[in-house]
Design a protein around this ligand. Structure first.
Ligand code: ADP
Length: 188
């Protein structure tokens, strides 16, 4: 199974968890732009200072910042054999940037896995995560905004990747193992 894979799905769809499991299964790194941004915010780096306001408001970080970060990360040694991208691309401009990055590296995407989850279920999961992990962008107002931004900016990506024949839709409901097995067999 080749392993240049993008995971798409709304906040709360479980895409971070599933990206991690799939990455372990395939022996490639899971690369989460959200995690990279969050660790920069907690370490109070220059990048952290730049992105914090956007994240706290549930808005997307500017594409120029995110694209540069991903270009660097995909150039690292551990990503040579493949990667699972979680939370990137999220805009049509990021889709074009990713195409250019991969083309420069002489490779292309193998699949885009879209986790499909019901709206009420994702809101419930995010509110629960707010209680257990205390993420600052998991308040109800910010969750609502993140879902809106996803619907406006990221949902259209499924159509683009669908037209390229790369899209694999997977039902994101059920327990973690069930979803993970569905993903692995959908990619086989
Ligand atoms: P979720 O998908 O659950 O909202 P993430 O951890 O993927 O959580 O992202 C959290 C926040 O990080 C986003 O709301 C956004 O501010 C920022 N972010 C992450 N990835 C991107 C991206 N590809 N483009 C722009 N902003 C991003």
């Amino acid at each position: 199974m080749s392993a240049q894979i993008v995971m798409l799905g709304p906040p709360g769809s479980g895409k971070g968890t599933q990206a991690g499991l799939l990455a372990t299964h395939l022996g490639v790194p899971a690369i989460s732009t959200g995690d990279i941004f969050r660790s920069n915010v907690s370490n109070e780096t220059e990048l952290g200072t730049l992105v914090r306001g956007y994240m706290d408001a549930g808005e997307y970080v500017p594409d120029s910042v995110t694209n540069a970060l991903v270009r660097d990360r995909l150039g690292e040694r551990d990503a040579v054999e493949g990667f699972i991208l979680d939370g990137y691309p999220r805009t049509l401009e990021q889709v074009a940037a990713l195409d250019a990055i991969l083309e420069d590296q002489g490779r292309r995407l193998d699949a885009v896995v879209e986790l499909v989850a019901d709206h009420t279920e994702v809101v419930d999961r995010l509110l629960l995560r707010a209680q257990t992990q205390g993420r600052l962008d998991d308040t109800e107002a910010v969750i609502r905004r993140r879902l809106e931004v996803y619907a406006e900016q990221t949902a259209p990506l499924a159509r683009v990747y669908g037209e390229r024949g790369l899209l694999v839709d997977v039902d994101g409901t059920g327990d973690i193992d069930q979803v993970s097995r569905r993903i692995v067999s959908a990619l086989a």
